[in-house]
Design a protein around this ligand. Sequence first.
Ligand code: ZN
Length: 243
Amino acid sequence: MGLTLICLVLIGLGVAIQRDIIVLERWIPAHYLPWAPLQLEDPPGMVTGWKLSRLNENPAACRAFLEREVPQRVTFLPDRPSDNGCNLINSVRMHSSPGTSGEQGVRFNQSFIASCPLAVSWLRFERHGLKSAAQEVMGSEVTHVSHVGSYACRNIYGRENARRSEHATADALDVTGFTLADGRHIRLPRDWTAPDDEDAPGRFLRAVQDAACESFGTVLGPDYNAAHRDHFHLGTRGWRFCR
Ligand SMILES: [Zn+2]
């Protein structure tokens, strides 16, 4: 009897939602609703993480995100298919952020080529992860990001018999350091310290790495191996592989 009643109530609720008698969007923030498109401002969380991974598999939705959220930050590039595993498909050139009247922009040492998923992951990381790490640990803002490139048609570690690197399809960016609004430079490997070290730049770099794991599928840093001692590898493949 009780079970029948619960079933009837659930069916009634389902019909009401489907017919827009109850509009969930009015009561629940869009970032909690799995069917609402991901927005740059949506705070990180389980649902936004899931939406981000969905975007990586849907080129049209990914492109729509960039067109809608940051048209001034990207130039769409023509597709460059290839049969050697170094496709450039649905990719953009990612530009510095000019900032707004109330907000500091983030400048790159150089614009870079990014697959659409890399561009979206970077923007989410810049907006949520990098910003809060800088505010919480350094009490400042990041104004410059130094990187050593995203696109390179090569295998992992340049080895002949390895599989293609995420860089072969512009799915990863290698970041080497940051400059803050107060002029401080923080860079790898110089400022990387042991996890229990109280040194602020070291804590900042660890906070940056942790935050990157919310937006990128693969995050590799100095603790991973010698090949990454001087940069963070921020890639879109995989699911929260952070080392
Ligand atoms: Zn890399």
